[in-house]
Design a protein around this ligand. Structure first.
Ligand SMILES: [Zn+2]
Ligand SMILES: [Zn+2]
Ligand SMILES: [Zn+2]
Length: 160
């Protein structure tokens, strides 16, 4: 996370705390069951780490933090879990940061992020890509996924 600013200790983040984590993971289990997929232990653990995090996590952060006893994971375990979470719309990869965030909205094939260059927060908002998607379809494309990444300063960092 960048920490060049002078108000570093005032950065506010919204990783889920223990009380909210249980319901979020239960909701994820239910969504998996609905599409006949399983939220296996490694998938669940990676999702939990993403939900708890206050900023986008890189794969190696996830590998290092994986073990509840402080041990790390085998990299393929984490990469496979991430692939699953992305496919089901539980997580997004932010290309410009090479890092992952949990989906804060209902999963879909389009996601948009406002990324703060100061505190590293990546806020997800619902993009309106309808016109672009129908233009792509008209040109014969099947769009698998669209991610918009907007860089700048969040309201809290601007105000500080
Ligand atoms: Zn999302
Ligand atoms: Zn910020
Ligand atoms: Zn800041």
């Amino acid at each position: 996370m960048p920490d060049a600013c002078s108000h570093h200790d005032q950065h506010l983040h919204h990783g889920l705390k223990t009380a909210d984590l249980g319901p979020a993971l239960q909701a994820a289990e239910a969504r998996c069951t609905a599409v006949q997929e399983r939220l296996t232990a490694p998938r669940r653990r990676v999702l939990e780490l993403l939900l708890k995090a206050d900023a986008p996590l890189k794969a190696y952060d996830l590998i290092a933090a994986f073990g509840t006893d402080g041990g790390s994971a085998k990299p393929p375990t984490v990469y496979r879990a991430l692939e699953f979470l992305e496919r089901l719309g539980f997580a997004h990869r932010i290309e410009s940061l090479n890092a992952y965030v949990p989906c804060r909205l209902e999963g879909g094939h389009a996601a948009a992020f406002l990324i703060c260059d100061c505190c590293g927060e990546a806020e997800e908002f619902a993009p309106d890509f309808a016109a672009q998607l129908s233009a792509a379809e008209a040109a014969g494309y099947t769009v698998r996924q669209v991610t918009l990444e907007a860089r700048g300063l969040c309201a809290a960092c601007r105000a500080s």
